[in-house]
Write a protein of this length. Structure first.
Length: 74
């Protein structure tokens, strides 16, 4: 049986404008919205470290602000 890749993402909270495109793109629900504003007055996205991220890169490809980095380990 093939083991799924484990991933994690890093979101630049100052670059994120809270558009929520990454939330709708994530198949595992690994992203939420923070409850505190960033310095630009937006509620940025936040990665949930306990989530089942596979490193699929869908969130990063959807991000219009290029605020998401994806890391994957095999």
């Amino acid at each position: 049986m093939k083991k799924k890749a484990k991933g994690r993402i890093v979101i630049d909270r100052e670059r994120c404008k809270g558009c929520r495109y990454c939330l709708s793109a994530c198949p595992n629900g690994s992203i939420t919205i923070e409850e505190k504003f960033n310095s630009m007055g937006y509620y940025p996205a936040r990665f949930t470290p306990t989530a089942q991220c596979t490193g699929c890169t869908r969130c990063a490809r959807m991000c219009p602000d290029i605020a998401i980095e994806v890391w994957r380990e095999k």
